[in-house]
Design a protein around this ligand. Structure first.
Ligand code: HEM
Length: 412
């Protein structure tokens, strides 16, 4: 079944990838198809003042991911003047905005909190939380899947990784949701200066971790904060600020992405009833179905890099300091790599999507996310859970994280 897509603006030069309405309205899918065909390495002049290259073909995106010495991460993953900047204070401190060689050492410090053993514990925890959330949905005949069920995935992950309780986990999810939704009026007051708003939101997250840090100093545990307290990077302990940044990286990296992917995945299943039925009848297809949901949703739509050394590709010269965006969403629909990429197909194989990124910074939380998503949809198959859309879907106002903030469903 094909999916209705809003037409793209005519002429690739008219496409502005900073235009959140393009994404919220669904026009981005066609816009990217046009860019891949007409202007695969596109110079985007955003209405918000940002200027950047947009790579939209799979091979170009992969090329940039692999050339991490040319395309650095130290200016943060998000473009748009206001989120991170030239003076980004997270550079060299937070994993995702750190280049080699320090990136390797930081990753070693964080990795023990993201192993397959941890992923198993997360799955067990999430299973317990889903027992309650799904039982309530069944009893009530439906729910807002986005708020009532999907958020239990990151809640279970945070409980295991950070060693916190259920209530604190949801409090932290609320804080990171506001950070990621910093342009969405349902999460924040969108008036005033964006940079100040973000600084304030970040301070709230740091404050949350400051309390945990004090507690772990007194009583160390097996959690990420305790691990980072004991870790040495380049022969010295991490500062408190470095610990906060990396806890925030894990929380922001994991909270919205996995729950939004679950929502977009369920939405796709409801849009494709024959594939929903196949998943219920053939639970062994959950693995390929989850991969397809990851590709389809491309929840982390792009990442940013900044050119460190002059380089050339496709007749375009990238100059040091240029901002370059790698569009996972578009690469994941590139017909050269994904035949019928515009179709949702839970049996798709191979499926080498870039939803977790690639290369040096490829998502460190992928085993955890896989465990959460597989568990959820295995549960659907085991219990024959059939949901149908029961109201208006609301999308997050963002071009960076593509998410569904309200997904009313009823049990059928
Ligand atoms: C469906 C779920 C997820 C998606 C789509 C996703 C996506 C991504 C992407 C695209 C990157 C690469 C960033 C870059 O190259 O600049 C990344 C990195 C990262 N992710 Fe995830 N992520 C998911 C789940 C998680 C989870 C569950 C966690 C933690 C519990 C997490 C933590 C991180 C961290 C810490 C990084 C930085 C890695 C590095 O710089 O080396 N992510 N993620």
């Amino acid at each position: 079944m094909t999916v209705t897509e809003t037409p793209a603006p005519t002429g690739s030069e008219l496409i502005d990838l900073t235009d959140v309405d393009l994404f919220v309205g669904g026009g981005h899918t066609a816009a990217f198809a046009r860019l891949r065909a007409e202007s695969p390495i596109h110079w985007n002049e955003g209405a918000d003042g940002s200027r950047f290259w947009a790579l939209t073909r799979y091979d170009d995106v992969m090329w940039a991911y692999r050339n991490h010495e040319v395309f650095g991460s130290a200016r943060g993953a998000i473009v748009g003047g206001s989120f991170r900047s030239d003076e980004d204070t997270s550079a060299g401190r937070m994993l995702v905005s750190t280049d080699l060689p320090r990136h390797r050492m930081l990753k070693q410090a964080i990795h023990p909190a993201m192993t397959s053993g941890v992923a198993k514990r997360v799955a067990k925890r999430v299973a317990g939380l889903l027992d309650g959330a799904l039982a309530r949905a069944l009893q009530d005949g439906g729910c807002d899947f986005a708020a009532d069920v999907a958020t239990e995935l990151p809640a279970g992950a945070l409980m295991e990784i950070m060693g916190i309780g259920h209530q604190d986990a949801h409090h932290l999810i609320g804080l990171t949701r506001r950070m990621v939704g910093y342009r969405d009026e349902i999460f924040v007051d969108t008036g005033g200066n964006e940079r100040l708003r973000l600084a304030w939101l970040q301070a709230e997250v740091f404050e949350f971790f400051a309390d945990i840090l004090a507690d772990r100093r007194a009583t160390p545990g097996e959690d990420l904060v305790s691990m980072l307290l004991g870790a040495e990077v380049n022969g010295r302990r991490l500062t408190e600020e470095e610990i906060f940044y990396n806890c925030m990286n894990v929380a922001v990296g994991g909270n919205e992405t996995s729950s939004y992917t679950a929502c977009t995945g369920l939405l796709a299943l409801m849009d494709h009833p024959e594939q929903y039925e196949r998943l219920l009848e053939q639970p062994e297809t959950v693995g390929t179905a989850v991969e397809e949901m990851l590709r389809w949703s491309s929840t982390n739509a792009y990442v940013q890099r900044v050119v460190e050394r002059e380089t050339e590709r496709g007749g375009v010269v990238f100059k040091p300091g240029d901002s370059v965006t790698l569009w996972n969403y578009s690469a994941n629909r590139d017909e050269d790599v994904f035949p019928d990429g515009h179709l949702f197909d839970t049996m798709r194989s191979p499926n080498r999507h870039l939803s977790y990124g690639a290369g040096l910074h490829r998502c460190i939380g992928a085993p955890v996310a896989q465990a959460e998503l597989a568990l959820l949809f295995e549960r659907f198959a085991a219990e024959g859970l059939r949901f149908r859309l029961a109201g208006e879907v609301r999308r997050l106002r963002s071009n960076f994280i593509l998410g569904v903030t309200r997904l009313p469903v009823e049990v059928v």
